[in-house]
Write a protein that binds this ligand. Structure first.
Ligand code: PAF
Length: 309
């Protein structure tokens, strides 16, 4: 409808699973601010935090059918839709934040984003969740034998489930919105997430120990709906790309801040923090996951990431 010469604003529905003071919310705010500004009000953005549109798998499905316009999500359930992204979920793949961020900002990251479009998902930008660490309410984890038989919630991701099986744990895949209650009720003993998420979700209320295993880097992706995309002009697509870029930058900044300040918060709230975890035995234990990954998906993308300087 035309009102006073200007088209009525289109409201974009943007979902994510974390609280409205999380790093994803910082990213969602930046997305909103940028899109509304560069489009001069042609688009407005309504944020739906805290899983109010469902878990990450539900929201990705929503993108495909056009019931959700944009989502900030980990790669947890993404491989179920775009198997090429499973490579990013391999434990101990990225050496540190610099390695992860520069790979995702390179042609490698662009190639992976491009793999999403045939599935009606538009990969707009690589954002960030952070290096994942294990928390639990059973015992402090220092070595693989400490997780023996531990019921650990994993994301709905086959690579992660295989890795925890190799470690001797008992992985239970579950959508994130169900996790807090599952920990509270003892359905699972443990979970793994970056410091950012542990802080935003106040997991200290239901978990006693955190071990800085840093066993896998968890990227986040800013994704758009293929249905929405097919209705946009080139200029409008450019506005969405700018908004996603601003979102990713703001989120990474917040992750960096929480990586240093978050641990103090966890201690203040009573968690024991095991900092000096030797990663080598964990790395050795999950080696078979690499072998089965290579058998199924080949080595090309894996080599590109491992050899990236
Ligand atoms: O554990 C997960 O499912 C993800 O890390 C989370 C917390 C939903 C953030 O993307």
């Amino acid at each position: 409808m035309i009102l006073g010469g200007a088209a009525e604003a289109r409201e974009i529905q943007l979902g994510h699973t974390l609280s409205d003071d999380s790093h994803y919310s910082v990213g969602a705010d930046a997305f909103k601010e940028t899109l509304e500004e560069v489009s001069d009000g042609e688009f407005t953005v309504r944020e739906h935090p805290a899983g109010s549109l469902g878990g990450e798998r539900d929201m990705i499905e929503g993108l495909q059918i056009g019931t959700v316009d944009a989502v900030i999500t980990s790669t947890g359930p993404l491989g179920n839709f775009v198997p090429e992204t499973y490579v990013l979920d391999l434990p101990f793949l990225f050496r540190d934040y610099e390695h992860a961020r520069s790979v995702l900002d390179s042609e490698i990251g662009d190639d992976l984003l491009a793999k999403m479009e045939p599935h009606n998902i538009i990969g707009l930008a690589w954002s960030e969740n952070g290096f994942r660490h294990m928390t639990n309410s059973r015992n402090a984890v220092q070595e693989p034998s400490d997780v023996d038989g531990m019921k650990i919630r994993t994301m709905e991701n086959q690579v992660h489930m295989n890795a925890f099986e190799e470690l001797g744990a008992s992985p239970t895949p579950m959508a994130f919105p169900e996790l807090f209650t599952a920990l509270q009720q003892g359905t699972v003993d443990a979970q793994e997430n970056p410091v950012t998420v542990i802080v935003a979700t106040k997991f200290w209320e239901v978990q006693d120990h955190i071990s800085l295993t840093g066993h896998v880097y968890s990227p986040a992706a800013v994704l758009g709906s293929g249905v929405l995309w097919s209705e946009l002009t080139e200029q409008e697509r450019d506005w969405f790309n700018q908004a996603a870029q601003a979102s990713a930058e703001a989120t990474r900044e917040e992750v960096s801040r929480l990586e240093t300040e978050g641990l103090d918060l966890l201690r203040e709230n009573g968690m024991t923090v095991v900092e000096d975890v030797d990663k080598t035995p964990f790395q050795n234990a999950i080696e078979p996951v690499y072998e089965s990954f290579k058998d199924e998906y080949g080595t090309e993308m894996l080599n590109r990431i491992q050899n990236f300087e």
